[in-house]
Write a protein that binds this ligand. Structure first.
Ligand SMILES: [Fe+2]
Length: 369
């Protein structure tokens, strides 16, 4: 499910890795250049479909508070590491897809305050979150700023004790309550709303995994450019992180992203359809079945964003183009053809049956005579 296009896969763990735990070496600094207090928190969790999580260590007013942005698995070593450094003040969730481990972390740190945007609360198990951000990313150009973190929180806010260095910005599109987090005007934590693409050479978003609205996603990127918010590092949950040489370059990349996004059709991918598509892609090796689900299960706009990473498909000359050129109408034509064939066969069988039945009746009738 983490990668329906087969860009990553499970492999047997090499023997040399078995001598030490996977969690060794975490938390890892995200940047050698800045030497700042921002870390990759732990091994990307399976529960988050491999999503990365981050740790800010020694922040806040007294430089002695810690914060998680999304969570790794609640690993004992990491819990101990944090307990030795003053515990955990906040867990900020970038959006609802990444909350799988929130209960374990709350148990480990009962005083921690869990933060998420109110538009993203999926169910009763998350209603107990301590801070629900409120405010829309659609209504203004992002001119207001406040330290409020409760009911009247506007588009841009911070958290008590972190006003000097942290900004939370509502950025819907991937989900209605997605947020961006900017730390020290340098680090932009994006959840699943923005990441770097080496193929495109600039920042991009996930059109295929856009659960809410592609146009709203683009609008939230424009909000980032309107103020504009400064950042050098883009640190996503899923997708590739990137460090830009300057803030100007980062903004140019975001502008390129907005332009690129306009080439993709508006809309969204219903989660249920994505799950069906992803499960088929990950569990079946039958190419015809993959082709059928690629062309029938996903909406047209989403389908155009399917990346091709499998060697099998990349090996085909022009495979990507040919694959992407298969339009909905093409699929419909094929489906109509298949249905027509089935109907034709059915009619033939019925006719044959009728003819056969007539013969029997005739014989019977003849018998009666
Ligand atoms: Fe997500």
């Amino acid at each position: 499910m983490a990668c329906p296009v087969h860009a990553i896969k499970w492999v047997k763990r090499p023997r040399e890795l078995k001598v030490r735990p996977l969690t060794e070496g975490y938390p890892k600094p995200v940047s050698v250049e800045e030497k700042e207090n921002v870390y990759l928190a732990g091994v990307p969790s399976k529960k988050l479909f491999g999503g990365a999580s981050y740790l800010i260590l020694g922040g806040g007013k007294g430089k002695d508070k810690n914060m998680l942005i999304d969570t790794p698995d609640c690993d004992e070593a990491l819990v101990q590491f944090l307990k030795e450094r003053g515990g955990l003040e906040y867990i900020v969730f970038t959006h609802k897809d990444h909350i799988a481990c929130h209960r374990e972390w709350k148990q480990a740190f009962p005083d921690v305050q869990r933060v998420m945007h109110a538009d993203d609360f999926p169910g009763e198990d998350t209603l107990e979150f301590e801070i629900k951000l409120q405010g829309s990313g659609d209504s203004s150009s992002g001119s207001s700023s406040s330290s409020s973190s409760s009911s009247s929180a506007p588009l841009v806010c911070s958290l008590p004790g972190w006003e000097e260095e942290l900004q939370l910005i509502h950025g819907p599109g991937h989900t209605p309550g997605s947020i961006y987090i900017i730390y020290k005007d340098t680090y932009l934590f994006t959840g699943d709303s923005l990441h770097f693409s080496r193929v495109e050479g600039h920042l991009v978003g996930f059109r295929l995994q856009c659960w809410e609205s592609w146009s709203r996603q683009q609008s939230s990127w424009r909000q980032l450019l309107l103020r504009p918010f400064p950042f050098l590092h883009v640190l996503p949950g899923h997708g590739e992180p990137h460090r830009f040489a300057s803030i100007k370059e980062a903004h140019a990349s975001l502008k390129a992203c907005s332009k690129w996004a306009q080439k993709l059709p508006d809309g969204f991918t219903p989660m249920r359809r994505f799950r069906l598509w992803a499960m088929t892609r990950t569990t079946s090796k039958r190419r015809w079945l993959r082709w059928v689900v690629d062309n029938t299960v996903l909406p047209h706009g989403s389908k155009l964003a399917i990346p091709l990473y499998s060697q099998e498909e990349e090996g085909k000359e022009g495979g990507r183009k040919a694959f992407l050129d298969v339009s909905s109408s093409g699929a419909v034509v094929v489906m109509v053809g298949v249905v027509s064939l089935l109907v034709g066969v059915g009619v033939g069988l019925v006719a044959a049956g009728a003819a056969g039945g007539g013969g029997v009746r005739g014989r019977r009738g003849g018998g009666r005579r």
